[in-house]
Design a protein around this ligand. Sequence first.
Ligand code: PAF
Length: 323
Amino acid sequence: MFATTTLRLATRSRSTAAAMSTARRGLQVLHTVEAVRAVRGATRANGQTLALVPTMGALHDGHLALMATAKQHADVVASSIFVNPAQFAPHEDLDQYPRTLPADVTALTEQGVVSAVFAPTAAEMYPSGITTNVAEQRGTFVSVAGLSHQLEGEIRPHFFRGVATVVAKLLGAVQPDVVVFGQKDAQQCVVVRRMITDLLLPVTMIVAPTVREADGLAMSSRNRYLSPAERAVAPALSAGLLAAQTAFEQGEKRRDALLAIVDRELRAVDTKGEVKVEYVSIASATDLAEVSGEIGPDGAIMSAAVRLGSTRLIDNVLLGTTL
Ligand code: PAF
């Protein structure tokens, strides 16, 4: 027993020392929970706080803005890059999802904000194994009841179960003081915040504003799937939402009027009707219940999803609320 404990401590202090010495050399890419915990241990030993930015990679400027936000809230920033099978349905694009780790590491190295990238294998994250077929899944999963079935959850029924599960695991693996998410995935923010609260997880969650292209299109890893013609009309979505937000800030509180503004602006950009609207929602930021009549003092999230060819785009604006 004593020998085993000593061996474990020796192993741990060796990996902590290795982590600290690599940290001095720049960005570390870590593939195991043990290695990322060593970095976490070294950070804590130095009296520094740690922020985690969870991602699925294919990093763009929106992600780099999340890293910069994280740096405002902690001494050291780590990012995870893991394409999480549990948030994909069997018919979705898990296999096609872009995996660009070398380019992501280059982008993060050039930015110079992130100290460690946690890029685990699926086996490391799912010791009981993982399949996209929910009926065949085994092991522990986290479901956030009441917030996961509507909006994005209606079209992707298992999506938020997969997200909540992997975020719980990432928080357990990295044990950050702060975790940062982007407002672009508003429902994800609502679900994860509820999970952190309900599971009593000792982490502060920060939501960073959506980063947009010059024409308003919210940055997303999936924008790369748009053809040039689709890319030209894609800003119709943000045009509608941003126009409604402006009207709200000028005093328009009526749900129907705000929805009509989105429709009008969207059609003004998308003159050929190429943008297929899946939903436009005005919902409470607490329980995602649809607002009827007028938006009250607690405000609301206005969110939308559209299809352009085979690409699905989501976006949102906040109407007098925060996430
Ligand atoms: O927003 C994402 O990229 C993913 O849903 C997340 C939070 C990294 C979980 O896989």
